[in-house]
Design a protein around this ligand. Structure first.
Ligand SMILES: [Zn+2]
Length: 155
């Protein structure tokens, strides 16, 4: 996926700057974990990251160490889903983000990421003159299932 590569390049540049500024040693495995994060749908859980890293023979301890460094470097941040969140989720923060749609509940602020291939094709393949699309974020507002249910109960 071309987009994931662009995101990884941007994230890696950000990580390298952090590593240099903090006089840390560069690490191949740190870049490998970062690459896996760039490929994961966002937000992701530590368990999801662990699973994809396991396939790359990266140990659980290393995954958590790297995740900690990435949070310190402001490349990854805990993701706040609002109500109904049971496990800690994380999201990648780079200048380039993966194209996605976010649906946000106006009442409780609950945010959900949606990766819709058909929508992506529609937006990315649309010819806009004098403009080369790199990625997009589509934000859709409405009312979530929980809030709607609560509203019905109140009536
Ligand atoms: Zn809601």
């Amino acid at each position: 996926m071309k987009e994931a590569e662009d995101i990884y390049k941007a994230a890696q540049a950000q990580l390298n700057a952090y590593v240099q500024a903090h006089e840390m040693r560069r690490s191949q495995v740190r870049n490998m974990v970062l690459e896996q994060i760039c490929r994961l749908p966002q937000p992701f859980t530590a368990a999801q990251l662990e699973e994809v890293c396991k396939a790359e023979r990266i140990s659980t301890g290393t995954v958590y160490n790297v995740l900690h460094v990435l949070i310190e470097a402001s490349l990854v941040r805990p993701y706040d889903r609002g109500i109904g969140q049971t496990v800690t989720e994380y999201e990648l923060v780079t200048e380039v983000s993966r194209s996605h749609m976010q649906i946000i509940c106006r009442k409780c602020g609950r945010r959900t990421f949606i990766y819709d291939k058909a929508l992506q094709r529609l937006v990315m393949e649309r010819p806009y003159s004098n403009f080369n699309i790199q990625n997009y974020t589509l934000v859709v507002y409405g009312e979530c299932k929980i809030c709607r249910r609560l509203a019905v109960k109140r009536k």
